[in-house]
Design a protein around this ligand. Sequence first.
Ligand SMILES: Cc1ncc(COP(=O)(O)O)c(C=O)c1O
Length: 383
Amino acid sequence: MSDDQPRWLPLSELRRRRSYKWRAYPADVIPTFVAEMDVTLAGPVTRALEDAIAAGDTGYATSDPELVQTAASFHHARFGWHVDPADIRVIPDVMAGVSELLRRAVPPGSGVVINTPAYPPFFHHIGETRCRVVEAPLARAGSGWVLDLDAVEAAFTQGAAVYLLCNPHNPTGLVMTEEELRKIAELAERFRVLVLADEIHAPLTLEGARHVPFLSLPEAQARGIALVSASKAWNLPGLKCAQLITAAPALRALVRRLPEELVAGAGILGVIASTAAYRDGGPWLDQLLVLLDRNRRLFGELLAERLPGVGYVPPQGTYLAWLDCTRLELGGEPAKVFLKKGRVALRRGSDFGSVGTGWVRATIATAPEILVEIVGRMRAAAG
Ligand SMILES: Cc1ncc(COP(=O)(O)O)c(C=O)c1O
């Protein structure tokens, strides 16, 4: 159904989906463990995909000039970031870009800094490319999260070669400030560290926060490569399309060394949908951000009312909720208890690094009544 307003789907329709989120658990479980939204597609995306299907346009993807042009225009209009379309490379997904870059940019054994708690596949991909995880945990400041620049500097001092910077941050939803990003650029320059800026959640920056693309800062350009995608904001991850962006000659040369075939791993429907999303999906995205803003507030109210022992900092960006369940005394893996006793599947906190023991991550991009049900089930499980 084509629809220009985002609309949350009811469970009866969601259960017909064939995505991992809806197939991983039995039908009596509510899944909220994957960063995927329970929403209808943006009208321009639906129409572009329908046209492609009608035309049988399902061959191999290419570095599509329309996609790189619309991606550049979107990033300029949304964030004031001037990107030369010639500096954009189409890749299948962000993590494929991270792996390919790590393989070529640094020797095996190199340290890669991540801010823990960290998106679980970061650990896997760093290990799989024979690099080494160096944790620079985020810190708490008042009621929120903050980047610990001293921890980042300490990691650089100890010889880390790469900083896999996740901003907005998964799972905390922290959006880093321009000042912090400038400091990162300065440290990266001083210690000659390559910064891979994973900005996949950038279009999901919520009211009250401002996303500053790392490469929009001139001092960051010599040491940074950005990885962006329409996949999170317009809910297209299964269509396989992301973009890698450089702004300095040495890093352009590194990107040129990536295998030509990489682009063939992207999905043509991903290329088509991303082009439509970047070009015409802005109004839909703005509506979505309003819904997500309401959800992050509602989720906080529900927790305060029914599970006051759970610590929750509303995300500044993303639709993720990183929940401190340590006071519930459900053991090191509360996700197990929530699943077994409450039939609600949250992502295990320990997957995000040892700092996540006793925590869980939820996805709040869903209908308010499903959020009510999620918290109700967590409450029932917590006893
Ligand atoms: C921070 C972050 N990076 C990367 C990804 C994965 O992106 P892709 O499917 O493009 O590899 C996700 C997915 O949720 C994510 O949250």
